[in-house]
Design a protein around this ligand. Structure first.
Ligand SMILES: C[S@@+](CC[C@H](N)C(=O)[O-])C[C@H]1O[C@@H](n2cnc3c(N)ncnc32)[C@H](O)[C@@H]1O
Length: 312
């Protein structure tokens, strides 16, 4: 049986979302429902949740009975969240980016280099698998994927090793075959991090188109949120956090702030969000001690203004 998912920075998520009686919230990454439950228990409110993973949907269906009339689950991508939900606007959107512990722990999902399983990595269990990517892309495309999404400096060596492996022994089918091919190309450095970490991250992000999804999800939240509604995003690595930070800086128009030394200029766009705190919130030491996954979490949040959603 897989480990339960321990929700990260739950108190901080509730503080920033501020669940209130009579309001409606969207949980775009239901997972095992940790955030959804906490929101529903914090106020007499409604939650509509989304996940692309059929196993998460099964858990959500059980929760619909438990919170009758207050909770609803939808299968799909949060990039389409404003089209998936049954409401025209909402008072808060929360996104907890990445994979859940059950996804990582189940060898058959193929996300983990620590468990031998089919090289799958698809959250929605649809579309090309990680095995199809490593067995069909040419060496240079593979190197680009591993460099861009895994930030692996030795991406060309890793791609070469994968191609050598498939030429010598046929297609790579399992997580252990891929991890071994990576480890033959890159040695463990002094950080002690397994060299397979970055290549597995790259393939997961690529297979699930996660970075584009995040950008689409932020824009969809902007369209759905009512004035004063809150957008709360928890992310786990720099590629994701950079997207959230850039989006919020653009939407808060912080880059276009006037200077007292220059004549005032008309802002080209109305800010669609404003910040309460510009800096990200991180997990407290006490949480990191019991849930090491929280160490890399960054929470950013902002409040929707009444300006129309931007079209860019
Ligand atoms: C970190 S877990 C969320 C855990 C959740 N907060 C909890 O407390 O149980 C991320 C979840 O988001 C889902 N997910 C990731 N990207 C998604 C996307 N683009 N659209 C919908 N669901 C997505 C994954 O399938 C996974 O179940």
């Amino acid at each position: 049986m897989s480990a339960p998912h321990i929700p990260v920075m739950m108190n901080e998520v509730l503080e920033s979302l501020d669940p209130t009686d009579g309001q409606t919230y969207v949980d775009g990454t239901f997972g095992r429902g940790g955030y959804s439950k906490a929101i529903l228990d914090a106020a007499d409110c409604r939650v509509e949740a989304i996940d692309r993973d059929p196993q998460a949907i099964e858990v959500g269906k059980l929760m619909e009975d438990q919170y009758k009339g207050r909770f609803m689950i939808h299968q799909g991508c949060f990039g389409d969240l404003d089209r998936l939900v049954n409401i025209d606007s909402c008072d808060g959107v929360v996104l907890d980016i990445g994979v859940s512990s059950p996804q990582l722990d189940e060898a058959s999902r193929g996300f983990s280099f620590q468990k031998d399983g089919p090289l799958d990595m698809r959250m929605s269990q649809e579309g090309p698998t990680a095995a199809e990517v490593v067995n069909t892309k040419d060496e240079s495309d593979l190197a680009d994927i591993i460099y861009i999404y895994g930030e692996e400096r030795k991406s060309r060596r890793v791609a070469r090793s994968i191609v050598q492996e498939r030429e010598a022994n046929g297609p790579l089918e399992t997580t252990f075959q891929l991890a071994d091919a990576v480890r033959r190309a890159v040695r463990k450095d002094r950080s002690g991090i397994d060299p397979a970490t970055r290549t597995f991250q790259a393939l997961r992000l690529y297979v699930n188109d996660e970075l584009n999804e995040l950008e689409r999800g932020l824009r969809a939240a902007e369209r759905l949120l009512a004035p004063e509604g809150r957008l709360v995003v928890v992310s786990f690595h720099s590629l994701e956090d950079r997207i959230v930070k850039t989006f919020l800086n653009n939407r808060c128009c912080t880059h276009a702030r006037g200077s007292r030394h220059l004549p005032s200029v008309e802002l080209p766009m109305q800010p669609t969000f404003h910040f309460r705190h510009k800096k990200p919130v991180t997990a407290r030491e006490s949480e990191v001690a019991v849930n090491p996954r929280s160490r890399s979490a960054k929470l950013r949040w902002a409040i929707r203004t009444d300006a129309p959603a931007m079209e860019i």
